[in-house]
Design a protein around this ligand. Structure first.
Ligand code: ADP
Length: 630
């Protein structure tokens, strides 16, 4: 330690990430090389991008590359790049803290069990710290492009790191790993080459290493490029293996699991575009709040930006990948992107190709495939739906252009069976006489299934969609209809079920007969209901509550209120089942009894929807009194 060396302590979360990485990734420790090479490639990308406008930045050092230097004597492996480099402050900030506040929060929310799960840990972007999987100590020497100062950063991962002035011939970064005794393998030419071929072959900058061309005792070291060094997406579709896709996806997404599916496309003609889009197999824990796009934008093979939101709609934020345009200017900025017509074209392609991929998966159904090394029957679309279906619903709501294609990709629970059902299949199954798509919304599947509102529909053999996701009713409202069939809520307006003339007459007769009761009840419940009327949707229950045809449903009101919106309580319509024994007894009750029974019917209609009556104690009291009499 020299006089100018400063000691810093790691941010608390860094220590935790370090411990996690070292413990849980031990059996995958060769990934350290991929992570460090990936950082080096990013640093070169950034330099290359800045050099577009600042030509002097490259200086004499124009051949951008990554070098791997094996030093047997010192027992070190160095990953060197001539990329953008880091200033002293950047080193302290980037290598001593976990910058992304989301990662920090996620970290704190993980249970001990979850911390053993590498796929979850992958979400933190632990890249650099994986160096400690194989190294006792790590020294980083870096010089920022355009600066003549170099700095070194050194740590043994024991809670602190040191920063000191250093020497470095040109710009860029050296990451020097003092290998652990049991990791000395990585001094071997063959071992390093193998890991590079396996994980980093697609890296778009040359990875160079000295290799022995002599053989035997006669050593003759020569520099050679050990990766293909061409961007994966520029290769022919047939030239990229599944394994290369998996590796590329992992480096791109920092996900430890394999992608579920991908699409590799080229668009030629007025606009030229290449893209590689991946669907993850698992949603990140912050899927709903996360607003970033996972697609990187390149122009003519030059990296331009991460998180290119202009070319990917928000609802497609689960997609990971790259898009490489031949048409955008190299000096493209966010402002230009927002104005450029090419952006709209690219966005349309990204949406279109993703939808096509999803449609293919949906058509594929259940197939036998290899999942994490084992053969198993899976339905990839349903796996996707379980993880990301929520975002497709957002798409239906926000993206009018994609709505029709998205509607076919939606999946719902229904009264048919336990499975997921698409709207096309629902419509194909509709019996003669059914003209609408019926749905009922509730907080849980059992509540939806037991809902009194769907009794008559089920009796007629009409399938009912069971909507349990808070946003479902808005999605259905946005769609209005599918394949010419309107969506009809079982709990709103009049159901208008087809009926014979005889049925109609019988219903009118019942309405007449019950008119004194409905009027009397309307007075008794004037504070709470808008009207009381005879129902056509009940067969077994005595009463239910329904909303106006065009009003919000009770559940929509509740969802909004839970989200902190100020929504006035709307009075609903109480419907009575004229054939029910309880309803038939109503006419003979005295005023006090009638008031009690009315209140009970109202409260139990609420309960059947999963809503607590406003005065549960009063409900219990009335019920007990009734039982005592019986
Ligand atoms: P991530 O790559 O996910 O951001 P890392 O922990 O791998 O996370 O790296 C942290 C940061 O350190 C990077 O974002 C980058 O700013 C910086 N960094 C790491 N390696 C290099 C390098 N070789 N050259 C320049 N900057 C680097």
């Amino acid at each position: 330690m020299t006089a100018t060396t400063e000691k810093h302590v790691f941010q608390a979360e860094v220590n935790e990430v370090l411990a996690l990485v070292v413990n849980s990734l031990y059996s995958h420790r060769e990934v350290f090389l991929r992570e460090l090479i990936s950082n080096a490639a990013d640093a070169i990308d950034q330099l290359n991008f800045r050099a577009l406008t600042d030509h002097a930045l490259l200086g004499d050092d124009k051949e951008l590359r990554i070098e791997l230097i094996r030093d047997d004597q010192a027992g070190t492996l160095t990953i060197r790049d001539n990329g953008v480099g880091m200033t002293r402050e950047e080193m302290i900030g980037n290598l001593g803290t976990i910058a992304r506040s989301g990662s920090k929060k996620l970290m704190q929310s993980l249970s001990a069990e979850q911390k053993k799960d590498v796929t979850l840990i992958g979400q933190f972007g632990v890249g650099f710290y994986s160096a400690f999987l194989v190294a006792d100590s790590v020294t980083v020497v870096s010089r920022k492009a355009g600066s003549d100062e170099a700095w070194s950063w050194r740590s043994e991962a024991k809670g602190d790191f040191e920063v000191a002035p250093a020497e470095r011939a040109g710009r860029g970064t050296d990451v020097v790993l003092k290998l652990k005794d049991d990791a000395k393998d990585y001094l071997g030419e063959w071992q390093v080459r193998e890991v590079v071929t396996r994980y980093s072959d697609y890296v778009r900058w040359p990875i160079r290493m000295q290799i022995d061309r002599g053989g035997g005792d006669d050593k003759k070291l020569e520099w050679a490029t050990i990766n293909q060094a061409s961007a994966l997406w520029t290769r022919g579709k047939a030239d990229v293996t599944d394994q290369q896709h998996r590796d590329f996806y992992r480096s791109l997404s920092q996900d430890w699991a394999d992608p579920l599916a991908w699409t590799h496309f080229k668009v030629e003609g007025a606009h030229e575009l290449t893209g590689l889009l991946y669907l993850p197999a698992k949603a990140p824990m912050d899927l709903v709040e996360r607003r970033k796009s996972g697609v990187k934008l390149f122009v003519k093979r030059v990296f331009i930006m991460d998180d290119a939101q202009e070319i990917v709609p928000e609802w497609l934020r689960f997609v990971r990948g790259v898009v490489d345009s031949e048409d955008l200017p190299l000096n493209v900025s966010r402002e230009i992107l927002q104005r450029d017509a090419t952006t709209r074209f690219i966005k349309k392609q990204v949406v279109g190709k993703t939808l096509t991929l999803l449609e293919e998966l949906a058509a594929e159904g259940e197939t036998e495939r290899e999942v994490d090394g084992e053969k198993a029957k899976t339905d990839r679309y349903l796996t996707f739906w379980g993880e990301f279906g929520r975002l497709l619903k957002e798409g239906v709501y926000h993206d009018v252009d994609a709505r029709d294609r998205l509607a076919k990709l939606l999946r719902f629970r229904s009264t048919k069976d336990e499975g997921w059902h698409g709207l096309q299949q629902y419509v194909a199954r509709m019996p003669a006489g059914q003209t609408a798509i019926y749905f009922v919304a509730a907080d849980s599947l059992p509540t939806a299934k037991a809902s009194p509102h769907i009794e008559a529909l089920q009796k007629r053999g009409f399938e009912v969609l069971l909507l349990t996701d808070a946003i479902d009713e808005w999605v259905v409202d946005a769609l209005r209809s599918f394949d010419g069939k309107d969506f009809v809520s079982a709990a709103k307006g009049a159901l208008d079920l087809p009926e014979s003339d005889a049925d109609k007459q019988a219903k009118e007769a019942k309405e007449k007969e019950l008119a004194p009761v409905t009027e009397r009840m309307q007075q008794a419940l004037a504070e709470r209901v808008k009207t009381v009327r005879v129902t056509d949707r009940l067969t077994d229950s005595p009463a239910c509550l329904v909303s106006d045809e065009h009003g919000m449903s009770a559940r929509q009101e509740r969802v909004l209120r839970d989200a902190g919106h100020d929504v006035p309580q709307q009075k609903r319509i109480l419907e009575l089942n004229a054939d029910h024994a309880v309803v038939q007894k109503l006419a003979g009750l005295d005023d006090a009894q009638f008031a009690d029974w009315s209140a009970l019917l109202y409260d139990q209609a609420l309960l059947a929807e999963g809503t607590l009556p406003s005065d549960p104690a009063a409900f219990a009291r009335r019920l007990t009194a009734l039982m005592a009499k019986g």
